[in-house]
Design a protein around this ligand. Structure first.
Ligand code: FES
Ligand SMILES: [Fe+2]
Length: 352
């Protein structure tokens, strides 16, 4: 039984990763191959030839069809086999499963589960990522830890003070209490921490140019299972958003993570940082990209260790939770409910 919810959207790739070649990537235990057709559509098929299981991602793309690199079975974008070597008649069952894909906000989403239950209303949005009003830097780090550990990590920013001191962490982050709200119907967890008078960490001091102390807001919105949004507002101390009109004396940074399970013990950690200032400034982009990657890698190192600890521990080990864990616990509860819902009508993945 998988630990992730089925019948949900997961981020499989950045749009820019899928160009004119074949991309193999395992999403929620499903080895998939992605490619872009000549008319721009993204295709996702199971990455396994029906003949002798050769990975299609290691094969050849020609005229929007994949020619298996082992014996030449040829598949179209629906997964149907259109040619087999040495015979005219193609077995009716020669077909690889195709997966529903959506491309929005510079992200390629894939529906994992029963393909006839695809639901566009469940697709969460992150419009900053391809908005002309924002500039985005991004990357993806492989994590050798279960996705739940990354969810825990991101839902509790107190760890910034300790794991990311000197980058994004300052004492106020751990000291300021959080508020947590859960929208049960929409299945969203909100965690907020508003610091009225805080030190400005180098991540923001260097990118915004603010000198001195800041008012720093962190508003998390987690749309389980995959999309995590951190709305970050940075302004000089005392600068509050105006009652009307744009909040243009503040700097806004939208930190986005797509938390995509790869296997039960590994995760694709997609990270993005979108900002509404210094849009054209390459130095700021380079700084934020490098700094955020460093921060992400600090998490990766810690979570890879934690995975080993969790795998090695005795059953029923009891954690101790405190106030800062409220958001993380809410996320776990929603995820558990979604896993259960996704399993209520279990069915193997079907071809489109
Ligand atoms: S394994 Fe693909 S054609 Fe034989
Ligand atoms: Fe972190």
């Amino acid at each position: 039984m998988p630990s992730w919810p089925l019948n949900q959207w997961y981020v499989a790739a950045y749009s820019r990763e899928i160009t004119d070649g074949l991309l193999g990537r395992t999403i929620c235990g499903e080895p998939l191959v992605f490619y872009r057709t000549s008319d721009g559509e993204v295709v996702a098929l199971a990455d396994r030839c029906v003949h002798r299981r050769y990975p299609l991602s290691l094969s050849h793309l020609k005229d929007d069809q994949i020619i298996c690199g082992y014996h030449g079975f040829t598949y179209d974008r629906t997964g149907g086999c259109v040619a087999a070597p040495g015979q005219k008649r193609i077995p009716r069952t020669a077909r690889v499963p195709a997966f529903e894909v959506r491309e929005v906000d510079s992200l390629v989403w894939v529906w994992i589960g029963e393909q006839d239950r695809v639901d566009d209303a469940l697709l969460p949005r992150a419009p900053w990522l391809d908005s002309p009003d924002y500039t985005t830097v991004r990357g993806m780090e492989p994590l050798q830890a279960r996705y739940g550990l990354l969810v825990d990590n991101l839902m509790d920013l107190s760890h910034e003070t300790y794991l990311h001191g000197g980058y994004i962490g300052t004492p106020e982050v751990a000291e300021t209490p959080i508020t947590t709200e859960v929208d049960e119907d929409a299945r969203v967890v909100y965690v907020s921490r508003h610091m009225a008078d805080a030190a400005c960490p180098p991540f923001y001091a260097r990118s915004t140019g603010i000198e001195g102390r800041i008012t720093r807001w962190q508003d998390i919105e987690y749309h389980p299972p995959c999309l995590y949004l951190l709305h970050s507002r940075i302004a000089p101390v005392g600068v509050e958003p105006p009652a009307d009109g744009p909040d243009d004396r503040a700097f806004h940074v939208e930190v986005v993570y797509a938390i995509t399970p790869e296997t039960e013990h590994s995760t694709h950690d997609f990270w993005m940082v979108a900002r509404d200032f210094a849009l054209e400034d390459q130095e700021v982009s380079d700084f934020l990209a490098e700094n955020n990657r460093t921060v992400v890698l600090q998490d990766v190192v810690a979570l890879d260790v934690l995975e080993q600890v969790v795998e090695g521990e005795k059953e029923n080990y009891q954690e101790l939770s405190i106030n800062i864990d409220t958001g993380g616990l809410a996320a776990r509860r929603l995820l558990a409910a979604m896993v259960k819902d996704g399993e209520e009508q279990p069915a193997p993945v079907t071809a489109r």
